[in-house]
Design a protein around this ligand. Structure first.
Ligand SMILES: Cc1cc2nc3c(=O)[nH]c(=O)nc-3n(C[C@H](O)[C@H](O)[C@H](O)COP(=O)(O)O)c2cc1C
Length: 358
């Protein structure tokens, strides 16, 4: 969602990063719609001991500094993921670094983990917790997505710092090894690297530890995916998030920014990210909960992710083009599709494609 969708089409002419800053400003001031209706009970689920009143969450990158968690939950989202947070504040790449491709329903970004750092995130999360009662009573869980500073050579040490500091304030933690805009980051998805990284992060977690998830890229070989599944099963990873943005550029992109470097998100990412999600469901035999993200812009899209294996779904780019009204629309359509196919709860539909297509 950007300022366009809150304030009207005139602001569409603003560059996208300015529009995003204005949107965060408006959300902080409570200028966003607030959902009054309660969610359809068919959309509710329990995962990792947490209650999700609906499966639709905000993907990382929208609220990097944990500024608008309450406002986004207030729009009707079932959960929110803040970050990516790096230990030290970081300016990110030079501008322009965020581009709309409206013809494609897509965005390209090469922000490079611009964020205010771990101490700011910790203060924001602590204030939110204090105001917001216990996790069970809040409108929805808040996950914390961890990254690394660009200059850090021992990548694991940054994730360890983030995990140790923010675990007590996170309903779940995400090790993000899939952003394309930090050199070397995606190499952490390789088997040996991932094993070492997750081993060190797990050892650093204070008890009781929150669920630990790993967010992966869409641009993986079959061997990569098999390795990630094997490592996740053997190390007891709580969940996988599939996927981050892609460095691929489908040949049919029309937006004039299609040649920009960075990660592509939105509609063109839907099919490849859903394929990776389905592969992971199969490779983990449905034993690890998956969060499906990439190109969700309708209830039908969310439903396809769920049938492919997602227990929860996230979106970001869809909100840029669809605005806040997209949230209730997706939920209504998803509830209808579940009922049409004879499911009486969301969990029953998770991975359904794998069962019915043999
Ligand atoms: C502007 C922008 C910034 C992002 N920043 C992050 C980030 O900091 N950490 C992360 O894990 N993913 C980040 N993402 C990726 C999203 O969380 C999501 O995985 C991806 O955009 C696919 O979902 P979508 O098609 O619904 O946008 C970012 C995406 C966009 C568009």
């Amino acid at each position: 969602m950007d300022a366009f969708s809150l304030f009207g089409p005139a602001l569409r002419r603003l560059d996208p990063e300015t529009a995003h800053r204005l949107t965060l400003w408006a959300l902080r001031r409570g200028l966003a719609p607030h959902q009054k209706a309660t969610d359809d009970p068919i959309l509710a689920s329990e995962l990792w001991g947490l209650t999700f009143r609906n499966p639709l969450g905000l993907a990382a990158g929208f609220d990097k500094d944990a500024q608008v968690m309450a406002a986004m939950l207030g729009l009707g989202l079932g959960f929110v993921e803040i970050g990516s947070v790096t230990p030290r504040p970081q300016a990110g790449n030079s501008r322009p670094r965020l581009f709309r491709l409206p013809e494609d329903g897509a965005v390209i970004n090469r922000l490079g983990f611009n964020n205010a750092g771990l101490e700011t995130a910790r203060a924001q999360l602590a204030a939110f917790r204090k105001a917001g009662r216990s996790a069970k009573q809040r409108a929805g869980p808040v996950g914390v997505n961890l990254g690394k500073n660009r200059e850090t050579t021992d990548a694991a040490s940054d994730y360890v710092l983030g995990a140790a500091a923010l675990a007590p304030l996170a309903d779940y933690l995400v090790v993000n090894v899939s952003s394309p805009n930090t050199p070397g980051l995606r190499a952490l998805q390789a088997r040996g690297e991932l094993e070492e990284l997750l081993g060190r992060v797990k050892a650093a977690l204070p008890q009781p530890a929150p669920p630990l998830l790993v967010k992966i890229a869409p641009d993986l070989t079959d061997e990569d995916k098999a390795d990630i599944a094997a490592v996740s099963l053997s190390l007891g990873v709580s969940g996988l998030i599939a996927t981050n943005t892609t460095v691929a550029r489908p040949g049919d992109l029309r937006g004039s920014a299609r040649g920009e470097a960075g990660g592509l998100s939105g509609r063109p990412l839907f099919a490849p990210s859903t394929a990776v999600l389905g592969d992971l469901y199969r490779l983990t035999e449905g034993r690890i909960p998956l969060i499906g993200v990439g190109g969700v812009a309708s209830g039908a899209d969310a439903y396809r992710k769920i049938r492919a294996g997602a227990s929860l779904v996230q979106l970001y780019t869809g909100l840029i083009y669809g605005g806040p009204a997209l949230v209730p629309r997706i939920k209504t359509e998803l509830a209808r599709l579940l009922r049409e196919d004879g499911f009486d709860n969301l969990q029953a539909a998770v991975g359904a494609d794998h069962r019915y297509s043999g």
